[in-house]
Design a protein around this ligand. Structure first.
Ligand SMILES: [Zn+2]
Length: 99
């Protein structure tokens, strides 16, 4: 998901986990940050752009909203078979455009 959004792996940490600079699927600016959420065992996308509504959207919802059901299924299957953090990153959805 991060790479689909043009994600860039960053060296600095967010709650001790790696974060990714990604293109916000809402405002299309490369200012959103995807980081590990300490509470939900998931990732949260936060966009600091003024007026952007994507602030603290969990990956689960983000994929459902922006990735379509196909990508959501692929992500879900990948998640069950391997470690969460390593598996969702390589998922690349080709052929499906953002709404
Ligand atoms: Zn945004």
């Amino acid at each position: 998901m991060a790479s689909r959004l043009g994600g860039i792996k960053r060296r600095d940490n967010f709650n001790g986990k790696e974060t990714f600079r990604v293109q916000c699927p809402n405002c299309k600016k490369h200012k959103a940050v995807m980081g590990y959420a300490p509470t939900g065992n998931t990732y949260v996308l936060t966009c600091p752009v003024d007026g952007c509504t994507l602030n603290g959207v969990v990956l689960h919802d983000l994929i459902k909203r922006c990735g379509g059901t196909q990508m959501f299924d692929a992500w879900r299957k990948a998640r069950w078979t391997s470690t969460y953090a390593e598996d969702w990153l390589p998922i690349k959805s080709k052929g499906k455009q953002m709404p």
